[in-house]
Ligand binder design. Structure first.
Ligand code: FAE
Length: 510
């Protein structure tokens, strides 16, 4: 563990008392776009990231742990794993792990567990890479104050290009063993009359061909995903952040967590805790910045802003801060197939397909892998639904923390929308739901989300480009801007919106 523990410390960390022109909180999609474009415009940027650098191998010679064998690297400051699928065939599969600043945070609020990536690259380190541009006819409901012409003409193409988004070769997909689960998903969708689409991904599909053929080290095909991919994934450290660092104007401090931002004349004072790999605060630093970009993710940014407003540090923030948070309608479910419909013992962890019943039933279902290494006869899905429920963050002074008032019962509309697809498929196929995946005899994975969105919504908590109301020089540039739903997987939209906003901000504010 010693070498991995050093990983976060290897980079040049920000010094106590430093002054920087721009400080970016977080190194996910929004933060990476801001850093690259500001640096290209000649501005020096310091990025502060609470997670590790993930650039140094661990005890097994690999940087990241396999999804099938979680270890100390897998979870953010937990002593027991909190796997999204918590049981299999009725047996619990969570296990004890050493407390460590691991890569996946299962952050628990009263009614929902929010999964998030921790480390340089944010969610890009742990996500499925599904790079989906929403259908244009749905865009007005996603970001009503943003020009669809500009997004579809300029910013979505720019985001897709920078993220290295590519498509699976359909001829290969039709025949390769590791996508049998997707083809079964297609057969069942089409036999029930649903539209089925192959979707782009940020994983290098040519690399996956090589690993499936045995000519390159395996990552996706070996089931790596939730705790990082050792190969193949075009995560932010290989795309936006690599380009940003190459400018020579971007520094990153991993294992540093921002706790406070307050005005100091025309600048801002930022308080930062430096962490060791067991989560201990080893130093507290105070720096100043001319401008601060909140890019700590929907939950991270919302929690900071809610606390700072309530405690008086940023009391001029408006009443929209903390509001409009949604789970992108996420709900999971498994179906038990017949013995003559195997989904494959080898399943690549990278999903490439979805069932589109958005217009008629309010659900877009990703055909997800269940890479257990054995034949499960199961089909598994992560649905994104039009769930209208929205929650609010609030400061709990007594407990010294930010709460979120989401209730598990608020997932019922999502379940109902997902059922418009899966009840029909079960009826056509003569199959049933799996009840052995989420503990007890639970059918629906309604206790979690992978897609937190909102909490500092564009054109409400901020102006129409992410400038926070009440403070010149403070910006939001991440998933907190998106009002709770994107109709598809969110990171392409978060990236494209960040590209749009930073272009305007550089042109007018710098
Ligand atoms: P994010 O990427 O979360 O970055 C925020 C960063 O800020 C993180 O690195 C934090 O550690 C850091 N941070 C937070 N608080 C602080 C603080 N106080 N001080 C310093 N640093 C801080 O934000 N989306 C898709 O489109 N397709 C998929 O296939 C997909 N699969 C997913 C699978 C999983 C398991 C998960 C968890 C997510 C998935 N997502 C997927 C969601 C996607 O990764 C997410 O929407 C984006 O990462 C959000 O981007 P942001 O820039 O908002």
């Amino acid at each position: 563990m010693a070498t991995a523990a050093l990983a976060g410390r290897a980079a040049a960390a920000i010094g106590d008392g430093a002054h920087v022109p721009v400080l970016v909180i977080g190194t996910g999609y929004g933060g990476s776009v801001a850093a690259l474009r500001l640096a290209q415009a000649g501005v020096d940027v310091h990025m502060v990231e609470m997670g590790m650098a993930w650039d140094t191998p661990g005890t097994d010679g690999k940087i990241f742990a396999n999804t099938k064998t979680p270890d100390y690297r897998s979870y953010w400051l937990r002593t027991r794993t909190k796997q999204p699928i918590s049981s299999f065939l009725g047996f619990p599969i969570d296990k004890d792990v050493p407390r460590y600043t691991g890569i996946l945070d299962a952050e628990e609020f009263s009614g929902i567990i929010v999964y998030q990536g921790r480390g340089v690259g944010g969610g890009s380190l742990v996500n499925g890479g599904m790079a989906v541009t929403p259908k244009r006819e749905n865009f007005g409901a996603i970001l009503p104050s943003v020009s669809a012409d500009e997004m579809y003409g300029t910013y979505y193409p720019r985001a897709n290009s920078e993220l290295g988004v590519n498509n699976v070769d359909p001829a290969w997909w039709e025949t390769v063993d590791c996508y049998q689960y997707s083809r079964v998903g297609r057969k069942h969708a089409q036999r029930s009359g649903f539209a089925f689409t192959l979707v782009p991904n940020a994983y290098d599909m040519n690399y996956m061909k090589q690993e499936a053929a045995g000519s390159a080290p395996q990552s996706a095909v070996a089931g790596e995903l939730l705790y990082g991919n050792n190969y193949g994934k075009k995560s932010l450290p290989k795309t936006y952040l690599a380009k940003a660092k190459a400018t020579g104007r971007v520094q990153i401090s991993p294992l540093h967590r921002v706790t406070s931002v307050t005005p100091a004349g025309t600048r801002y004072t930022v308080v930062i805790e430096q962490l060791t790999s067991d989560g201990t605060v080893s130093a507290t630093k105070t720096v100043t910045a001319d401008r601060v970009f909140f890019a700590a993710g929907s939950v991270g940014t919302s929690k900071l802003l809610t606390k700072l407003k309530a405690t008086g540090a940023l009391s001029n923030l408006n009443g929209e801060v903390g509001k409009g948070w949604g789970d992108n309608g996420n709900v999971m479910v498994g179906r038990a197939n017949h013995m003559w419909d195997p989904t494959g013992a080898v399943q690549t962890s990278i999903p490439t397909a979805g069932i589109d019943n958005w217009a008629a039933g309010g659900a877009f279902a990703e055909v997800a892998p269940l890479p257990t290494g054995i034949e499960t006869y199961a089909s598994f899905y992560l649905s994104i639904t039009k769930n209208p429920n929205r929650a609010q963050f609030s400061w709990n002074a007594a407990a010294n923390r930010v709460d979120l008032n989401w209730q598990t019962a608020w997932k019922q509309p999502a379940i109902n929308m997902a059922k418009t697809i899966f009840d029909k498929i079960n009826s056509t196929e003569g199959t049933i739901y799996r009840t052995d995946l989420f503990g007890g005899t639970k059918t629906w994975g309604d206790h979690l989300t992978y897609h937190p969105l909102g909490g500092a919504v564009l054109n409400k908590a901020t102006d129409n480009y992410g400038r926070l109301h009440g403070y010149a020089g403070l910006y939001v540039i991440d998933g907190a801007l998106v009002p709770g739903n994107t109709s598809v997987n969110p990171f392409v939209t978060i990236t494209a919106l960040a590209e749009r906003n930073i272009e305007k901000i550089i042109a007018t504010d710098f």
